[in-house]
Ligand binder design. Structure first.
Ligand code: PHB
Length: 396
């Protein structure tokens, strides 16, 4: 599904600004070589662009932890080269995220940028990285187009595409629900695409939509009017995307309003992930979601990862930490493989890294530079006093 033009307009303006600055500073392929990209030894500078402020700040903290854990487990090196990490604040929107990325590339002269939580910001950055020929490893933002209609040799994604996480859940909900489903998500690229992906496979499997609502992103705290509309619609289930602080409020209010236990709540896994789930507590029990990770995946690789992460940070990891840990793993392989020091050579090397042995399970980049991976059906359960995302099935 396309991005609303209201979102694209400011993004395009910022991209033009950022590209102007890039040209002015004379930063392109040659200055990338000066900054030491590729495998020629020495240090390598990597930019980490994650939210340190705004509704998604906790996700940014998880991403920093994931990246750092990989470095700590590999002697602080990627591809045999000592890494200097330069962190920048993505903030809550392209208005903050695009200039922050621009600074990492033009001033800090990083070899590659890792991160980006917000889909609108990722869309705003696509042309900048394409033109500057500097690899961007998107470690969260799911905007469908950046590995679809607007894919680039310089944009790679270690996370997911919004539409695919939604689509994975559609048939399972159609099977479990006799009647109709109400869609409610945050009103920006991610929410709209996760709703569209779900709707496509849900309707194809015979499901009916009872109603839909897109709530103002980053501004909605009181969901009561929307919950009233859901109740009056007579829907038999609800499908939703929220993350961070919005997910905490939505799920808690869903319970307070008396819908939990009566109208089953489904969503993409961000709705009940990590610190969000801790804050929701028992209010989230019974919520079912699709995602490519859960701390509860019972594999030796995941158990080892969860133990190491807990030891380092005194809390459980999240999908955000895993996606960024895996971005470090991808860069590790690519920097070791790259035949030269340009962004083009690093981007080409990313295409040949093969399988990443991830805590989520093995995955590879597909032809569009997206992660080809398994999706799991998860249910929030209360186990021994803590709430967890139990894995109750695999989705196609
Ligand atoms: C997105 O904007 O793509 C996005 C943000 C937060 C999430 C998932 C997707 O948890």
């Amino acid at each position: 599904m396309g991005v609303p033009s209201t979102l694209l307009r400011p993004v395009t303006a910022i991209t033009a600004l950022a590209l102007g600055a890039l040209t002015l500073s004379g930063c392109g392929e040659s200055s990338l070589s000066r900054s030491g990209g590729g495998q020629s030894g020495g240090d390598v500078k990597i930019g980490l662009l994650v939210p340190l402020s705004g509704v998604y700040a906790p996700l940014g903290a998880d991403m920093r932890n994931g990246f750092q854990l990989y470095l700590d487990q590999h002697d602080g090196k990627l591809g045999g080269r000592t890494v200097k990490v330069v962190t920048a604040d993505e903030g809550e929107s392209p208005q903050t995220g695009v200039p922050a990325a621009q600074k990492l590339v033009t001033q800090d002269q990083v070899t590659s940028v890792v991160g980006v939580v917000n889909s609108a910001t990722a869309l705003g950055l696509r042309d900048f990285f394409h033109e500057s020929k500097r690899p961007l490893l998107v470690a969260n933002a799911g905007a469908d187009d950046i590995t679809g209609a607007r894919k680039s040799p310089y944009v790679w994604r270690t996370s997911f595409a919004n539409g695919k996480v939604g689509a994975a859940l559609g048939p399972a909900v159609a099977k479990a629900t006799e009647g109709s489903v109400y869609l409610i998500t945050a009103d920006y690229a991610a929410g709209r695409e996760m709703a569209a992906g779900f709707r496509k496979t849900f309707e194809a499997a015979g499901g009916k939509i009872a109603g839909e609502k897109y709530t103002p992103f980053g501004k909605t705290q009181d969901y009561q009017p929307y919950l009233s509309a859901i109740r009056s619609s007579g829907a038999d289930a609800v499908y939703s995307f929220y993350a961070g602080a919005e997910a905490v409020n939505f799920v808690k209010q869903y319970k307070q309003f008396g819908l939990a236990g009566k109208v089953p709540l489904y969503g993409t896994g961000f709705l009940t992930e990590g610190g969000v789930l801790d804050a929701q507590g028992e209010a989230a029990v019974g919520v079912k979601t699709s995602l490519h990770y859960s701390t509860e995946l019972d594999t030796p690789r995941n158990r080892e990862f969860v133990d190491a992460y807990r030891k380092a940070y005194k809390e459980a990891p999240t999908v955000y930490a895993v996606q960024t840990y895996d971005a470090a793993a991808a860069l590790d392989k690519a920097l070791a493989k790259a035949t030269g020091s340009s962004g083009a050579e690093l981007a080409e090397a990313l295409g040949g890294i093969g399988t990443i042995d991830s805590p989520r399970g093995p995955w590879t980049f597909d032809a569009d530079h997206d992660a080809r991976q398994k999706y799991y059906l998860r249910e929030v359960r209360s186990e021994g006093g803590t709430v967890v995302n139990a894995v109750i099935g695999e989705l196609s």
